[in-house]
Design a protein around this ligand. Structure first.
Ligand SMILES: *Cc1c(COP(=O)(O)O)cnc(C)c1O
Length: 176
């Protein structure tokens, strides 16, 4: 991964907020109905229309609801929280292929607890943004470091939004 493929923020919450602002809003954003509670909050704040896709009976992500056309962006926590269910990378790829003109954001806050990271796919899909945090399995929540990995184009989009109004969020010690 090249430096130009990484965006760092003050916790992954800031990375997510910047990504929602940068990439979503000109159509319906989809995420699972039971997932990270900040997703609908960011949508409310940035006035992003969204569809909370109902879970299946066993609380898995409803794949059909994410493959159908009609969205303008997708956010998936993988593994999902608080349901714990993990989508295999092949399924993530199917979603990416179904929506080549939309940003598909995969929030991997819990990936080290069981799952496979999609970071290895960023070279293959320029619409994939993978977000990770040092706050959970990496036990550094107080450091407030999160990051996104994606294509140069996506990372440049994040940098532009952040540098437009919130330029110096991470101090030098945290960067080191
Ligand atoms: C905890 C959590 C985050 C944010 O964590 P930060 O401390 O801001 O990095 C993001 N997404 C999910 C799914 C989380 O559980």
């Amino acid at each position: 991964i090249e430096p130009e493929q990484v965006f760092v923020g003050n916790g992954s919450d800031e990375v997510l907020a910047t990504a929602f602002q940068a990439f979503f809003g000109d159509g319906t954003l989809r995420f699972p109905a039971v997932s990270y509670s900040f997703y609908p909050v960011y949508c409310g704040l940035y006035q992003i229309p969204y569809e909370a896709v109902a879970m299946t009976e066993d609380f898995s992500v409803n794949l059909a609801g994410f493959l159908k056309p009609g969205s303008r962006g997708i956010v998936l926590a993988n593994p999902n929280a608080p349901t714990t269910r993990f989508l295999p990378l092949g399924t993530i790829e199917r979603i990416l292929q179904a929506h080549p003109d939309e940003v598909v954001l995969v929030d991997e806050a819990y990936v080290d607890f069981g799952g496979e990271s999609a970071i290895g796919l960023i070279g293959k899909y320029d619409n994939l943004l993978v977000v990770q945090t040092l706050s959970k399995s990496r036990a550094l929540a107080g450091l407030r470091v999160g990051f996104a990995a994606g294509s140069r184009e996506l990372i440049e989009g994040l940098d532009r939004v952040k540098n437009s109004f919130n330029s110096y969020t991470l101090d030098r010690l945290a960067i080191a």
